[in-house]
Write a protein that binds this ligand. Structure first.
Ligand code: ADP
Ligand code: ZN
Length: 748
């Protein structure tokens, strides 16, 4: 067994160190490998998407190595949050920046020199101050340097910071100290630039997939009722944080005002506000004092609030990379989150207008290249919005990552839009545009097609046109859908003079001359946005407890004036609400509860849970649920059967902390195949705890079904349970059930 030692403690494995310091049970994909390399003092270039868990990659090694780790970070606010979160886990960390007084700085310097600190966060310009480096810092044993947001060093990146350039000198000052550069920037050019600028030594970049499986991507067409839909979404998600992005400051202010009138707790954020108000609004959002941040793209960089549950783009984003980064601020904690884009033809005009404003400030000449690139990027956003294939194929493809598609967590995968041939309808529509002399807008044209008795139409004598009433077979909404699609596809033009008059172009004539077919994606009936199919019988009770724990957390956080997530993240609270631990041992098993958190918060949270259970007339004895025990009371016999190579491969990845769908991705196999491997491993007695795969109350219900219909047929079990249960989870529970049956027999 590997023994990992830290200066003061010994751990039987990296996992136990992880649990001790951070309370997590397993590593996220990639973390383990990166940490192992860090412990071998190699330079590294780590590319992981937002929420991938980059911080842990340098934090855990810092704790396991002797000496001090330096973390270079660009934003003061970010440093404070990170240090706060570490301190709350009982980890000795501090930061040095301009917000501190001379006395505070000297105290921290003393603590570092005395070897009391494991991590220090510092801005590049402060670190590369010669007085510091040649002065007291030269007496510190520095074991590693981590450079967060490393793309700031590259002019090719979207956030170049001149002060990061000074980091080139790091190597001279810290010749033999390993450097880890971390970024969420996906482009190859920036990566190469970082390696060169920082003179990383053979870093063999670790590039994670940019897929964020927990994010549900959806695009809706932005019609009149878009605002209602937005409101509904927010109201359905009471108590959950969300960001709404708008294209301009004006729209941010308007929308915030509207939402506030409805009684929604929302605040604005944009570059036009004074610094103080902006910082205050941001702070209130991070502290959960306000639910919604309505913002321009100025908001977000460096916000590492993990529990943003939805990001809505109320206006069109300018490019795909921007959209990926902005929407990616949702769900950093790995829990389900919703990314919704409202796509309206009107916005295209606005963005086009903004693009046309890109002129040389000196001469006033249009910046042709920039305009061309921006137009191209806009085109790709439109393609994304109109796409009928898996959203992830397009997003990840943009970063050069091939994605097989059918992610099962985007609108197009969940509700595939049938493509229909609407050539005939398009011809009717366009010829009607021609008949009204290209002088009217979409609604008027549709009135003519549908044979309306509208006064204006009759006055114009348009009831005598040959196209009058030829479109009665379609609803007005269907015609609008077609018209919009024609506009999006560039098959007809719409003027931008405020009148939105439809005009035919070259392509329209091709359609009319039958030289071009028209296909449009027909949206299914509005789908429910929820992807969560849990239907536990006590959902309501769990939800009530969850909300109560959130309140407790907020109170504790306010008392210490820290953001609530520093106390516990939502995932931990949810697990508490679901498993309802009644003693410290059970509480310590919750993900996110490390030794320090247990000590600091265990008692209050346990008291709250007990009070809740008492009020609901529930037992206070630690209950053994009908679910299969996480750890069998009697030792299972050693595995005697040997699984096939492919099963072992799956097992290895599982042990590294990958979730089944991640293993499927990694191995390029179907999820059901991976489930079958895991099920077989479980049945053979390999250590694959069922509770890591199936929620306890779902296990319970599946077992109840097995007891009725037997374990021979998954089909029967599923029929008995109904649609909301999947074959995969049934498969796993059956395997565990069989294993337990076999074990009881042998142990008897
Ligand atoms: P990044 O910097 O890559 O955006 P963070 O380091 O902020 O991501 O991590 C995102 C979230 O994931 C944080 O809330 C962190 O506590 C959590 N996290 C990181 N590693 C793990 C893990 N192994 N298990 C559970 N949660 C984790
Ligand atoms: Zn998809």
């Amino acid at each position: 067994m590997t023994v990992v030692s830290s200066p003061s403690l010994e751990f039987s494995s990296l996992e136990s160190a992880l649990k001790h310091y951070f309370g997590y049970d397993s590593f996220r994909p990639g973390q383990r490998q990166i940490i192992e390399k860090a412990l071998r003092n190699q330079d590294q270039m780590v590319v992981m998407p937002t929420g991938g868990g980059k911080s842990l990659c340098y934090q855990l090694p810092a704790l396991l190595k002797p000496g001090l780790s330096i973390v270079v970070s660009p934003l003061i606010a970010l440093m404070q949050d990170q240090v706060q979160a570490l301190e709350d886990n009982g980890i000795a960390a501090t930061f040095l920046n301009s917000s501190l007084s001379g006395i505070e700085l000297r105290e921290r310097e003393r603590a570092i020199l005395a070897g009391e600190m494991k991590l220090v966060y510092v801005a590049p310009e402060r670190l590369l101050n010669e007085d510091l480096l040649a002065g007291w810092m030269s007496q510190v044993y520095v074991s590693a340097i981590a450079i967060d947001e490393a793309h700031c060093v590259s002019e090719w990146g979207h956030d170049f910071r001149p002060e990061y350039r000074q980091l080139q000198q790091l190597r001279q000052w810290f010749a033999n100290v390993p450097i880890m550069a971390l970024t969420a920037t996906a482009t190859e050019r920036v990566r190469q630039d970082i390696i060169a600028q920082l003179a990383l030594n053979d870093p063999q970049p670790h590039v994670s997939t940019f897929n964020r499986p927990n994010l549900y991507y959806e695009v809706r067409s932005k019609q009149k009722q878009a605002y209602r839909e937005l409101l509904q979404l927010i109201q359905q998600r009471t108590g959950e944080s969300g960001i709404i992005y708008c294209l301009s400051r004006k729209r941010v202010d308007e929308l915030t005002g509207k939402l506030q009138l409805e009684g929604i707790s929302a605040l604005p954020y944009h570059a036009g506000m004074d610094n103080k108000t902006r910082a205050e609004n941001q702070r209130r959002f991070i502290r959960d004092d306000v639910q919604i941040m309505v913002a321009t793209v100025a908001f977000g960089m460096g916000i590492n609030k993990p529990d943003v549950r939805f990001v809505v783009h109320y206006d069109l984003p300018r490019n795909i990379e921007g959209y990926y980064q902005e929407s990616g601020r949702a769900g950093r904690d790995g829990e389900p989150a919703h990314c919704l884009l409202f796509f309206g033809a009107g916005d295209i005009k606005t963005v086009e207008f903004l693009i046309s404003q890109k002129v040389d400030p000196a001469s006033g000449e249009p910046l042709a290249d920039e305009q061309r690139i921006a137009t191209q990027q806009l085109r790709r956003v439109i393609d994304y919005a109109q796409a009928t294939e898996c959203r992830r194929i397009i997003q990840l493809g943009y970063f050069g990552e091939a994605f097989p598609g059918n992610c099962g967590n985007c609108d197009n995968c969940l509700n595939p839009k049938p493509i229909e041939d609407w050539t005939i309808e398009a011809q009717k529509f366009l010829s009607c545009v021609a008949r009204v002399n290209q002088r009217f807008g979409m609604n008027y044209v549709i009135d003519v097609l549908r044979g309306s008795k509208n006064q204006r139409l009759l006055q114009n004598g348009h009831d005598r046109l040959s196209t009058y009433g030829i479109g009665k077979d379609r609803t007005a909404d269907e015609w609008k859908m077609l018209a919009r699609s024609l506009i999006h596809q560039g098959l007809v033009d719409e003027t931008s003079d405020g009148y939105s008059v439809l005009q035919l172009n070259e392509l329209s004539w091709e359609v009319l001359r039958k030289q071009r077919a028209v296909a449009i994606a027909v949206p299914p009936k509005p789908a429910s946005t929820s992807t969560n199919t849990t239907t536990a019988h006590d959902t309501e009770q769990v939800e009530a407890l969850f909300q109560r724990l959130q309140k407790l957390r907020k109170r504790l956080a306010d008392e210490q004036s820290v953001p609530p997530y520093v106390v516990f993240q939502n995932a931990s609270l949810r697990e508490m609400a679901e498993t309802q631990p009644l003693n410290e041992t059970q509480f310590a098993e919750i993900s996110g509860v490390g030794s320090r958190k247990l000590e600091q918060y265990g008692a209050v949270f346990l008291a709250e849970i007990r009070a809740f259970r008492q009020e609901h007339g529930l037992s206070l004895e630690p209950v053994r649920s009908g679910a299969i025990a996480a750890r069998p009371s009697q030792p299972l016999p050693e595995p005697t059967l040997y699984p096939a190579e492919t099963h072992l491969h799956t097992f290895k990845l599982y042990q590294q902390g990958l979730k089944p769908f991640e293993i499927a991705e990694e191995r390029n196999l179907r999820l059901s195949t991976i489930t079958a491997h895991l099920a077989e491993l479980i049945e053979m007695g390999y250590d694959v705890p069922l509770e890591t795969l199936v929620l306890p109350d779902r296990q319970e219900r599946i077992i109840a079904a097995i007891q009725v219909v037997g374990a021979d047929s998954r089909r029967k079990v599923r029929d008995y349970l109904g649609e909301v249960f999947g074959y995969d989870e049934i498969h796993l529970v059956i395997a565990a059930w069989r294993r337990q049956q076999a074990a009881t027999k042998t142990n008897r």
